[in-house]
Write a protein that binds this ligand. Sequence first.
Ligand code: ADE
Ligand code: ZN
Length: 345
Amino acid sequence: MGESRESLEHDVLIALPKAELHAHIEGTLEPALMFEMARRNGVDLPYPDEASVRRAYNFEDLQSFLDVYYAACKVLVTDDDFYDLTLEYLRRAATQGVRHAEIFFDPQTHTDRGVEFATVVNGITSALVEGERQLGVTSRLILCFLRHLSAEAAMETLETALPHRDAIIAVGLDSSEKDNPPVKFRDVYDRARAEGFLAVAHAGEEGPPEYIWQALELLEVQRIDHGLKCTDDEGLVDRLVSEQIPLTVCPFSNVKLRVVPELRQHNVAQMLRRGLCVTINSDDPSYFGGYVGDNYVGTARALDLSRDEMFRVARNSFSASFLPEADKQRHLRAVDDYAAKIGAS
Ligand code: ADE
Ligand code: ZN
């Protein structure tokens, strides 16, 4: 493919209307903003400058990333910090074709350091309102429990969240997957669903297909976050295909965390061609080398995915969202109109 053809495909995939369904707001903290917040809050960072922060983004696995990510979260202290973080993410996302974003946040990372739950939610929510006003990007918020902490701590977090339930659409499960199976959080999810929350969970990122089964059967999730290990279990793939359970795949993340050795060997093409409801997302874009549009471009190039396949990924992102049906249909029409205008590759 020549230079100009490549840059055309880049622009086509960046402008493609899409929803992002898997982005951790704490993972959108860019080094420049990290230093600004550290300065204004008097927080010491273990790095002298932005370049050394970026050099630290060389990870062995999920845990080695999480250690750096949780340490950086210490700069987030005030309502304004959560507001600035969220609005900066929405601005970047909007330049990459994002029309709707369902954003994770990790309240325990903040409340365990003495930051009020209300500070976190109010700061993020104000920015989401402003983002819709300024950029036309709609959004929803998903509260993630940290799975390396206890089920009791997750239940307390859920109770703290109840007065803010109107701001939160769903609960999720993230952090260290190995040895922290979904079953550990069964009671918490039962309670969350009874309180009216939808449910998602990270499963099958580093962990086995069994964790995906547990997320489906025990936590009764609407979507699986990551889920790429499903292809090790043909019976599981059959179930995910027949029920069209969406998977929020994050290709750049999987390479940076060494779940797959390189993008060209990612199984997302195989997953799409097997009929799974695949979406493509950024996970922690400031740490993993790109936002959601960059993930579309890099993945399509590395795996030689066609425009039609990428249009399908964009359609999946809206149909897998938690938007009301009328809004889904409006976005799906926008993808169809875009695809008709651009044509197949
Ligand atoms: N928290 C932030 N990013 C994560 C990931 N990729 N997996 C699990 N927990 C996370
Ligand atoms: Zn994630």
